[in-house]
Design a protein around this ligand. Structure first.
Ligand SMILES: [Zn+2]
Length: 168
């Protein structure tokens, strides 16, 4: 493997890498391939299955017993694929509030309800609007009635029973 900077031959070895590129300062990836150029010092890290890794990190953050830190809030927002403005909209706050949650210097603490919502979004792996604004469109407009569904366990998970749909 040639160095992209100087075309020198890179050396490769497996070692621990602190994954600061994630924005989280204390995540260490153990035993990943690190390539180094002895000539110019260029260093590249091969991180396998990044998507799965980020999912795992998001879940770790969602379950973390301590309050979330600004960089962790930013990681989760980016993990959810949201811009600051989109995130503000989902959380029903001003975009300036998102900036204050995420800034390292004198951050504004996230309210407990907002933090819980962010953690829930991370666990669900999708922005909250996906299962509120759209799927709940028209909800709570009719009189109360018991939920009536037929669910069938299948290899891929619980599914609506076809007879349920035929009856509808
Ligand atoms: Zn080089």
């Amino acid at each position: 493997m040639k160095c992209q900077e100087c075309r020198g031959e890179m050396t490769s070895r497996r070692e621990a890498h602190r994954y600061v590129e994630s924005g989280l300062p204390n995540v260490t990836l153990v035993d990943v391939e690190v390539r180094q150029c002895p000539r110019c010092g260029e260093r590249t890290v091969g991180i396998p299955r990044v998507e799965e890794l980020h999912r795992l990190l998001a879940l770790e953050l969602a379950r973390k017993p301590e309050r979330l830190l600004p960089n962790e809030i930013r990681f989760l927002r980016k993990y959810l694929g949201l811009s600051g403005v989109d995130f503000a909209e989902r959380m029903r706050v001003d975009p300036a509030t998102v900036s204050r949650w995420e800034r390292e210097q004198e951050p504004q603490p996230m309210g407990p309800q907002a933090e819980l919502l962010l953690r829930l979004m991370a666990v669900r792996d999708r922005p909250v609007s996906d299962y509120t604004e759209e799927s709940m469109e028209g909800a709570a407009r009719a009189d109360a009635a018991p939920l009536s569904v037929r669910l069938r366990p299948s290899r891929g998970g619980w599914r609506h029973d076809d007879a349920d749909r035929d009856a509808a």
